[in-house]
Design a protein around this ligand. Structure first.
Ligand SMILES: [Cu+2]
Length: 115
């Protein structure tokens, strides 16, 4: 009986490299600021691959969509990009996970995924 050694590869790492090719997924730009996200409502199509481009108009923010297991830091002066293919339709709230109190009420929005 043969046994391969222990695998140190994280499952998440496999997903990251998947869409590195020249394929151009539609870009979805969302800018965070202390006034809120712009746009605050983003409509995507289920099963379609997108490249989400996050930026900040002021300080550090975060873009979190619990339902889609997304949580990304947004740092001023640089873009945060990630690939997103919504696998189910619905309305999914997003918010800045760095804020609390009044700021948390302002810094929120909604992803609408249509069939
Ligand atoms: Cu924020």
């Amino acid at each position: 009986m043969k046994r391969t050694g222990t695998r140190a590869l994280g499952v998440a790492a496999v997903l990251v490299a998947a869409v590195a090719g020249a394929r151009s997924a539609p870009q979805v730009e969302i800018q965070a600021s202390h006034e809120g996200f712009h746009p605050a409502t983003v409509t995507l199509r289920k099963g379609e691959a997108y490249q989400v481009v996050l930026s900040s108009a002021d300080g550090e923010h975060c873009f979190a969509v619990d339902a889609l297991r997304v949580e990304k830091r947004i740092r001023p002066g640089r873009k945060t990009m990630f690939d997103l293919t919504p696998d189910r339709a619905g309305r999914f709230p997003f918010y800045c996970c760095l804020e609390s109190g009044e700021a948390a009420v302002v810094e929120r929005g909604e992803l609408i995924v249509i069939e």
